[in-house]
Design a protein around this ligand. Structure first.
Ligand code: FMN
Length: 165
């Protein structure tokens, strides 16, 4: 999985990602605690981050970070977000190929996670972040949007001419 991140493409080949592999039980418990951000979840009526229990119980949490300055910008785009997004998906697909599941956790207290893990202040771990791993289940996802809703033919909004499932 780590190798799959290493091999990911990146804007100008900056390879801006850095990974922290967390196996220590106490640290995973603290990461789990810090994934509940009251100001985000309380207005939504959530008493926990849905992944909070999983973060504490996962065998491994991988914290994927990047330095936005290393990565750079183009026309207002922060490429570290693109690059770490691609790298995350590489990681998750590699895990899936090995029979492991993951969840991407995007809500947590960035400053406190940084302090906990000695992440330098210039580095963002806002996105993407801890993953937790578990044995892959057999069930596929039931809530994916139909292809016809997310894929157009030639022009924005035009229905696919061939049937899509
Ligand atoms: C950018 C991003 C941030 C996410 N943040 C959280 C999170 O903080 N807590 C959580 O439980 N799930 C989080 N998720 C997981 C999604 O909710 C999940 O992938 C989606 O519901 C589909 O479920 P599945 O991955 O189990 O198929 C995040 C996913 C992404 C891509």
């Amino acid at each position: 999985m780590l190798e799959a991140v290493r091999q990911a493409p990146s804007w100008a080949n900056t390879q801006c990602w850095r990974m922290l592999v967390v196996r220590d039980i106490a640290t995973k418990a603290q990461i789990s605690e810090l994934s509940y951000v009251e100001s985000f979840f309380t207005p939504k009526g959530y008493k926990a981050n849905p992944s909070q229990k999983a973060l504490a119980e996962a065998p491994v949490v991988i914290v994927l970070c990047a330095d936005p300055v290393d990565s750079g910008t183009l026309w207002g785009q922060n490429y570290y977000l693109v690059d770490t997004g691609i790298a995350s998906q590489n990681l998750m697909l590699a895990a899936w190929g090995m029979g492991l599941g993951t969840v991407f956790v995007g809500v947590y207290d960035e400053e406190k996670i940084k302090a906990l893990l000695d992440i330098p202040s210039s580095v963002r771990n806002r996105r993407p972040f801890p993953h937790w791993l578990f044995r892959r289940g057999k069930k596929g996802r039931a809530d994916t949007k139909p292809l016809a809703e997310i894929c157009f033919e030639g022009k924005w909004g035009r229905q696919m001419t061939k049937p899509v499932k």
